[in-house]
Design a protein around this ligand. Structure first.
Ligand code: ATP
Length: 439
């Protein structure tokens, strides 16, 4: 008999079913054994009466079975209001052990309060057995699903760009070099060039969800050396405002869906409120932000630092956005273009036609209108000292390329902020950082 998931059991009262899962708990009493089985949808109690002669073998098996072993159990589902766990139980007719666990686990994953994070990451497969940790990835999966759903509805095409590249793209400073037969290759630090290639190929709207690699030797709560980026690009835009509008709509749609499915659960498990953001999202220029931060909160920084948001200013943007706009998100615009990548379009005053999106005090996105005019993009590349490395890229703009723009959202950061977990180390399935390449 094919196993069904534990969540579905209430559709099978008085029927014989097979379930598979981990042995979550055993209570071995004088007359009865209660065995709790866990799969990734729920838990259920299996009740074995010791007095029943036909249960003898199962009783003996359970007596010596270590917790966290996996089993396949066939039995009858019985509605049973007195059972605290979902008001049901399974009366088994057979139990097969499909894998036996060691008696002693590396740590108690049901109570992680005193377990060191490095130990947890060393044994991430055990750590993820924790209900709360598993929930993070159920929710992350739905975030991706709803974002995809939104974009598919708008007729975006999902593409898959190469992660092994021949030249150190963009700036060259943050890429991992890998041996490539007798030559060198690099791991892509973003799909930027290939997203734009799709525009030059005539795709109007594309997106990609994929890993990107950054050789950043920084140990902060929001940086990883490999993370998942949700990248979007679209053609025939009039300005970067169109890009911001699309991103705001995408986030509002996704949060609405996540809220409908998980609002109460997120409150119960993570003690976080999910607020579905209103459209449009507020926008402020970088210089106006510094003015407001000084006026409102007496936050002062040296002029020389005002070419970007300081980490502290980023944090204060959350407060500012809430106080000024009653909104959790804030688009920050008008960065000086010379501090940014050469492929963004800039205006005649040298300001970037792009933005960062700040949520809950952290940058979650950079987006922009890109420079699609051949002469201009060549000039911008040269001003950054880039030539041969980006030759293939510059060609994209030589044979007709529509005006376009796009953005990239860090999925791990988005998840971290949504659920209020302390670091991307916990919102990434398996964290990669300067000091962590295993497991
Ligand atoms: P930061 O200034 O915070 O390092 P960045 O300006 O390098 O970010 P972008 O290159 O604009 O970031 O990348 C787009 C998005 O990807 C960011 O807004 C963020 O959500 C995510 N991101 C960037 N770097 C990392 C990283 N090292 N780890 C996790 N997510 C990241």
């Amino acid at each position: 008999m094919k196993s069904i998931s534990i969540k579905e059991l209430s559709n099978y009262y008085d029927k014989e079913v097979t379930i598979s899962g981990f042995v979550d708990n055993i209570r071995n009493l004088q007359w009865v054994q209660f065995v709790i089985i866990r799969d990734d949808t729920s838990k259920v109690q299996v009740t074995i009466e010791k007095s029943e002669e036909s249960n003898k073998e199962m009783v003996e098996l359970i007596e010596s079975l270590p917790l966290e072993s996996t089993v396949k159990i066939t039995g009858k589902v019985v509605e049973s209001p007195k059972v605290k766990l979902n008001g049901m139980e399974i009366i088994p007719s057979s139990i097969e052990v499909t894998s036996k666990s060691d008696e002693e686990l590396p740590f108690n994953f049901k109570d992680l309060n005193n377990v060191n994070l490095d130990t947890r990451l060393d044994y991430r497969f055990i750590d993820l057995r924790n209900d709360k940790n598993m929930l993070i990835f159920k929710i992350q999966s739905d975030i991706t699903k709803y974002m995809r759903e939104f974009l598919y509805e708008k007729e975006f095409t999902e593409i898959h760009t190469p992660k092994l590249i021949g030249t150190a793209s963009e700036s060259g400073s943050e890429v991992f070099e890998v041996k490539y037969f007798d030559d060198k290759a690099y791991l892509a630090q973003s799909p930027q060039f290939y997203k734009q290639m799709a525009m030059a190929s005539g795709f109007n709207k594309i997106f990609e969800v994929a890993p990107v690699f950054r050789a950043e030797n920084s140990n902060t709560s929001r940086h990883a050396t490999e993370f998942t980026s949700f990248d979007v690009e679209m053609s025939y835009i009039d300005s970067s405002q169109d890009v911001m509008d699309l991103e705001a709509e995408l986030i509002a749609y996704t949060f609405d869906k996540i809220s409908k499915k998980y609002k109460d659960k997120i409150k119960e498990v993570f003690n976080m409120d999910i607020v579905v953001p209103k459209l449009p999202f507020p926008r402020l220029s970088l210089s106006d932000i510094y003015k407001e931060l000084e006026e409102r909160y007496n936050y002062k920084v040296d002029e020389s630092e005002k070419t970007d948001l300081t980490t502290e200013a980023e944090k204060l943007c959350y407060k500012l956005s809430k106080d000024k706009f009653n909104h959790e998100f804030l688009f920050v615009t008008d960065y000086p273009a010379d501090k940014r990548a050469f492929y963004h379009m800039r205006d005649e005053n040298g300001l970037l036609l792009g933005y960062d999106l700040i949520w809950r005090g952290v940058e979650i996105t950079s987006g922009a209108q890109r420079e699609h005019r051949y002469e201009e993009v060549v000039k911008n590349a040269e001003s950054k000292g880039l030539k041969d490395d980006v030759k293939f890229y510059l060609e994209f703009f030589k044979y007709g390329c529509p005006p376009h723009g796009g953005f990239g959202i860090g999925l791990d950061r988005l998840t971290m902020l949504l659920l209020g977990v302390p670091s991307v180390k916990e919102s990434q399935f398996l964290f990669r950082g300067p000091n962590r390449l295993n497991p």
